[in-house]
Design a protein around this ligand. Structure first.
Ligand code: DX5
Ligand code: ZN
Length: 216
């Protein structure tokens, strides 16, 4: 699989959201990464349904919604209706993860599970065949612009090995501190979807920054 780039609209200029969505539409990016934070699961609040719907109105590429919220089951249907194409929930927020994953699929969305930096990949063993996507957090979730945690390479390789037989088409996504300095090595160990917030939106030429990640 060729790797995919998912710019994170958390780093966009919300006063010019249409402009930034159109920049991504016209770039080589593949998905929009949409970070939902509730101030409970993570120590920050991002945005909710009105902003997701506003982005969906202009986006011509899939919305990859990352729920950093407690009790995500309560809101799956609302996010699907707001325009999510994939919904990723956190392992740490789901006591009945298998049920949650089935519920996401029944809504017609790709289903993903995310793990925090301190959560071992081994805990995914009994769910990995059922998900479309595993998101390996490479920073502690809550904020854009943080430093990439080096141990992520090992975790990606573990997810790749774990899924090789049971789920060879799995999307293995890395989120946090991704840029041109680490993407090649992440591809080498098996990742195939890359979230990029700061490395895209802080660039003087944003489409060029996306193209550089795509070329890696
Ligand atoms: C972090 C979010 C990320 C964030 C990535 O909690 O899940 O998606 O937007 O931003 P950068 O690429 O700036 O680390
Ligand atoms: Zn994210």
């Amino acid at each position: 699989m060729n790797h995919l780039i998912a710019p994170s609209i958390l780093s966009a200029d919300f006063a010019n959201l249409q402009r930034d969505v159109e920049m991504i539409n016209n770039s080589q990016a593949d998905w929009f990464h949409v970070d939902i934070m509730d101030g409970m699961f993570v120590p920050n609040i991002s945005f909710g349904f009105p902003v997701v719907k506003a982005a969906k109105q202009y986006a011509t590429k899939p919305l990859d919604v990352h729920l950093m919220i407690v009790n995500p089951d309560r809101y799956l249907k609302d996010f699907a209706e707001a325009g999510a194409d994939s919904i990723t929930v956190h392992y740490e927020a789901c006591p009945h993860l298998h049920r949650t994953i089935q519920a996401i699929k029944q809504l017609g969305c790709r289903a993903g599970v995310a793990i925090n930096p301190a959560t071992p990949t081994a805990l995914l063993k009994d769910i990995i065949a059922d998900v479309d996507l595993v998101l390996v957090m490479s920073v502690n979730p809550g904020f854009g612009g943080q430093k990439f945690i080096e141990h992520t390479y090992t975790k990606v390789a573990e997810v790749k090995a774990m899924s090789a037989n049971t789920n060879p088409n799995l999307y293995i996504e890395v989120d946090g501190g991704v840029g041109s300095q680490n993407i090649a090595k992440l591809i080498e160990v098996g990742a195939n979807v890359f979230v990029a917030g700061n490395s895209v939106f802080s660039a003087a030429d944003q489409p060029a920054a996306i193209a550089e990640l795509k070329r890696s």
